[in-house]
Design a protein around this ligand. Structure first.
Ligand SMILES: [Zn+2]
Ligand SMILES: [Zn+2]
Length: 454
């Protein structure tokens, strides 16, 4: 049997922008079609081994922009195959793309048309079931625990009594993530295409990172400062609301941090603003998909504590609300996008906030090289550090903390354990979606366990 070939079509250096082409028996199957980040350069469509109109299927592991951001480009380039993903991903796809397309060069009518085409082409599928594709190819989706709807995708190619399986991890989450069931154990597969974002890091456990979040928020509020949290609208924003709700509600945290117990249980000590219309919209979609939550979140809901809501939580949806929030003088907690400070409303906040030592900037996600978020973390450690935002030189005097445990990605041990949970070793593992040091460290860790990496 001729084995399927896998080509990476994301960033030329294989670091950001998840985008792959799987070719077998005349079938062209794409897995993800993500935008690259920071200073990475994407492989142009004209250099792909298959023309977009010849691609039969596009599978989407989850709705993050680094996995779906080039979908409009793919549609304009002539793709008209089926788009396959989980049900929650399908529910999130339109909102994510509608937001992303605003930053692309499309006329207004045209962008709506593209979104409509994507909607018509896309299909939601159940987790844990096998579905026939075409010509002896079969696929199934497994829970990846990264964000709501995230899936790893396993393909089986059958020909004349032979079969060969390929597993794409997509982005893999941590165990014990708020709202989400843990990543599932994948079936053994011949080839594994594995993400490696945190292949060289070990995260704190949930309790430790919740403690650090509590500590950062509590010390800032005691100093009458404001906490700014740059966060991705999809996933991280909801995770944070969930954790803040825990801090303001659970007796344990209220006793350990007196600032949280100023008011009744379930009431925030200061106003918490979600200053991202996209984040607010996605939070509503998350709320409507409670059948995909984990047990803990479902139990809270049944007990009458909506895990994504508490007293003192406000959404700044309109731009006018955002402008008013910039004039808000009392201490607050402000969650705004983008997560790596590459644009969005967080920029206006940071331009005002960074120079004031009473404030605290809390990074809760991965900061890619070449992004302002990475610069802020870096220059906050230097005396007289500053960053350039919108052409202005802004001194970094605010406290800056990076809570790595809040990553939606599994760490080195998580990745290795997930691979080890497969009953049989894959014949080969291809590492993607990670910076070279992360890929090297993960390669070493897996190599020590006897895995074959290439
Ligand atoms: Zn992701
Ligand atoms: Zn990703």
């Amino acid at each position: 049997m001729i084995l399927p070939g896998v080509v990476h079509l994301g960033a030329e250096n294989c670091v950001t922008g998840s985008c792959h082409l799987l070719q077998w028996n005349g079938l062209n199957i794409m897995v993800d079609c993500g935008a690259v980040q920071g200073s990475d350069r994407a492989v142009p469509v004209s250099e792909w081994p298959a023309a977009p109109e010849d691609i039969d299927f596009l599978f989407i592991t989850h709705a993050h922009i680094d996995h779906v951001g080039r979908l409009p480009e793919l549609i304009t380039a002539g793709f008209h195959g089926d788009i396959i993903c989980s049900h929650p991903t399908r529910a999130l796809l339109g909102v994510m793309l509608r937001d992303a397309i605003n930053f692309m060069d499309y006329a207004e009518g045209e962008s709506e048309k593209i979104i409509d085409i994507i909607d018509e082409l896309s299909w939601g599928f159940e987790y844990g079931q096998s579905f026939d594709l075409k010509r002896g190819a079969v696929f199934s989706l497994g829970r990846a625990g990264h964000i709501l709807g995230s899936a790893f995708i396993r393909f089986v190619f059958k020909h004349a009594g032979d079969e060969y399986s390929v597993l794409f991890s997509g982005d893999l989450g941590n165990v014990d993530t708020p709202l989400l069931p843990d990543p599932e154990i994948p079936e053994s597969s011949d080839l594994l295409v594995l993400e490696s974002t945190y292949g060289n890091r070990l995260h704190e456990n949930r309790k430790d990172r919740l403690f650090r979040l509590a500590q950062a928020v509590s010390t800032t509020l005691e100093k009458h400062g404001t906490v700014y949290i740059p966060a991705f609208a999809l996933g991280r924003t909801q995770e944070l609301l969930y954790e803040l709700d825990r801090l303001f509600t659970e007796e344990e945290w209220r006793q350990r941090f007196p600032v949280f117990s100023q008011y009744d249980s379930g009431t925030a000590p200061v106003a918490v603003f979600v200053d991202t219309p996209l984040g607010a919209e996605i939070t509503e979609i998350f709320s409507s998909l409670s059948q995909f939550w984990d047990r803990e979140a479902k139990e809270l809901l049944i007990a009458g504590d909506h895990p994504l809501d508490f007293h003192g939580l406000y959404s700044a949806v309109g731009f006018h609300d955002h402008l008013r929030l910039l004039d808000y003088e009392k201490p607050a907690i402000i969650v705004a996008g983008s997560g790596m400070c590459t644009g969005g409303r967080i920029i206006d906040h940071l331009k005002q906030a960074l120079a004031k030592p009473e404030n605290h900037i809390l990074f809760v996600g991965y900061q890619a090289a070449g992004t302002p978020g990475r610069d802020i973390v870096r220059y906050s450690r230097k005396p007289d550090g500053y960053v350039i935002m919108d052409g202005e030189r802004i001194p970094v005097r605010a406290a800056v903390t990076q809570l790595s445990g809040y990553s939606a990605h599994a760490d080195k041990n998580g990745l290795v354990e997930w691979v080890k949970s497969m009953r049989e070793k894959p014949a080969g593992i291809k590492l993607v979606h990670g910076e070279p040091p992360a890929q090297r460290a993960l390669m070493k860790a897996l190599g020590r366990q006897g895995y074959n990496i290439f």
